[in-house]
Each structure stands twice: as structure tokens, then as C-alpha cells.
Design a protein around this ligand. Structure first.
Ligand SMILES: NC(=O)c1ccc[n+]([C@@H]2O[C@H](COP(=O)([O-])OP(=O)(O)OC[C@H]3O[C@@H](n4cnc5c(N)ncnc54)[C@H](OP(=O)(O)O)[C@@H]3O)[C@@H](O)[C@H]2O)c1
Length: 238
């Protein structure tokens, strides 16, 4: 039996991945701030889920809870880092930018590094980060969200390079979804929003294949390729 932790499993992609992993025989440690949602997911299959509520920004508590969770599971093979936040911020409200940076950069880095060091010590393991296609270019509507996702993409590449140099069995996967139908992707004028179950299935396939980078879905992969090619002069006017 394999064990995993999903950070950010109270809703959306993390929650759906937790269900897929459990259906595939994993025991899964699920985390997030909303304990009642963790309890609700656990009630679906109480023997398969282990819960710890914490805020990724409280790194001291996060470390304690991750260690407790790993102990209860008896070790982990996989950690999926799905926690994240982002808002439209046309007025550049600094509180929104700060919350995004804290969650998607500071807290996120703490968890990614905790997992990497755990796997380094164990000489095996798989770290998966859910970044975003948004990380490929800047955004006038949500500058901090796209910038923090660019950070995650770059950081995961750095950890992958480190893992390769270590020559142990550590894998680092960067999942870059387009729009997925979750709490985060609400708003007007959204297009090609993927149903959550479809996105989660494709993410899980990419995880099982231990891909370095995966765009979810193929259609969004094409959009990502085009996005990268748009000349700066054109992009600045969009
Ligand atoms: N939906 C999309 O279109 C889309 C596209 C590309 C990438 N993504 C990325 O996919 C990931 C999952 O997002 P989602 O779409 O599934 O949205 P979601 O349903 O809002 O899930 C976000 C998860 O992150 C957790 N979280 C947020 N802030 C946290 C904090 N400070 N401490 C601990 N946990 C925190 C939430 O749990 P609590 O609120 O209970 O703490 C929740 O479980 C995010 O990294 C997002 O950027 C989403």
C-alpha cells in the first residue's frame, strides 16, 4: 500500500485527486484550513484518509502537522502541493497581493522544501506541484497570481535539477492546468473551463507517468505554446 499527502485537499483539484488516489489503493493524508471539509472527505472512507488542518503560511505549525501526518501514515511516497490562492486585482490592492505571495510563494516553498528534504533523506519519493499555465506570462488582471505561478514553475525546475544531480529516486512533477471548474475559477468571461473530474483524471495520469511537466488538457497545452510565442509588443496591448 502506498501513502501520499495532499496539501490543499479541502476542495477543488486536491480533493478530487485525493479521491482518485484512495480509489487506487493509496492511504492519503489530506490538509487545508477548513477542518469540517477534511472531516467530510474522511467520512467517505474513514480508514483511507488521515486529516490535519493547518495554514501553509504558519510554517512552524505546518512542519509539526506534516511530521505528525507522516508518522500516522508510516511514511510517504508522494506529496501533492495543491494549495493556492488568487484573485482578480485590478486596483492592485496590496492586501490581495500580499496574501497571494504569502500562500503561493512563502508557504508553498516551505512545503515543497519539507517534502524534498524528506524524500532526499529517504532516497526516493515524488513531489508534485500544481502550478498553472498562468505562470507562463504576466497578467494585468491578477499580476501576483501569475507571478507567483511563474515562481513555482521555476522553483520546481530547480528542485528537479537538484533531484537529478542527487541520482536517487526522487521525481518532481510540475502540473500546469488551464482553467478548471473549481472555487478558484469563478468569474465572468471564462472559456474552455474543464470539468474537475476530467482535469483530475488527466493530472493523475501525468503523476503516474512521473512526467516532468504536464499541461492539462492537451488543448490548454496548445494555448500554452501559442501564449509563449506572442510577441511582447502584441502581448502588452492585450
Ligand atoms: N482552478 C483553476 O482554474 C486552476 C488553474 C490552474 C492552476 N490552479 C491551481 O490549482 C491549485 C488548486 O486550486 P483549485 O482550483 O483546486 O482551487 P480551490 O478549490 O480553491 O483549492 C485551493 C486549496 O488550497 C487550500 N489553501 C488555500 N490557501 C491555503 C492556506 N493558506 N493554507 C492551507 N491551504 C490553503 C484550500 O484549502 P483551505 O481554504 O481549506 O485552506 C483548498 O484546499 C492551486 O494552486 C491553483 O492555483 C487552478
Amino acid at each position: 500500500m502506498k501513502n501520499a499527502i495532499i496539501v490543499g485537499a479541502t476542495s477543488g483539484i486536491g480533493k478530487e485527486l485525493a479521491r482518485l488516489l484512495v480509489n487506487d489503493g493509496f492511504r492519503v493524508g489530506i490538509t487545508g484550513r477548513r477542518i469540517e471539509l477534511l472531516e467530510s472527505l474522511k467520512s467517505e472512507k474513514p480508514d483511507c484518509y488521515f486529516i490535519k488542518a493547518f495554514d501553509v503560511n504558519d510554517t512552524k505549525v505546518a512542519e509539526e502537522k506534516l511530521e505528525e501526518l507522516t508518522g500516522e501514515l508510516g511514511g510517504i511516497d508522494l506529496l501533492i502541493l495543491s494549495s493556492g490562492t488568487g484573485n482578480i486585482n485590478n486596483k492592485l490592492d496590496f492586501e490581495i497581493e500580499l496574501r497571494t505571495i504569502e500562500t503561493n510563494v512563502t508557504g508553498w516553498t516551505f512545503i515543497a522544501d519539507w517534502a524534498f528534504k524528506y524524500f532526499e533523506n529517504q532516497k526516493s519519493g515524488h513531489l508534485v506541484g500544481i502550478s498553472s499555465i498562468g505562470g507562463l506570462r504576466g497578467s494585468r488582471q491578477s499580476p501576483s497570481y501569475n507571478a507567483t505561478k511563474a515562481y513555482q514553475i521555476n522553483y520546481l525546475e530547480g528542485l528537479r535539477q537538484k533531484a537529478t544531480r542527487l541520482k536517487t529516486g526522487i521525481y518532481v512533477t510540475d502540473i500546469r492546468p488551464g482553467l478548471v471548474d473549481t472555487e478558484m475559477a469563478k468569474g465572468d468571461g471564462l472559456f474552455w473551463v474543464m470539468p474537475l473530474p476530467k482535469a483530475a483524471r488527466q493530472i493523475y495520469t501525468a503523476i503516474k507517468k512521473k512526467k516532468n511537466v504536464a499541461y492539462i488538457t492537451k488543448r490548454w497545452g496548445i494555448i500554452a505554446a501559442i501564449t509563449k510565442l506572442i510577441p511582447k509588443q502584441v502581448y502588452n496591448r492585450m
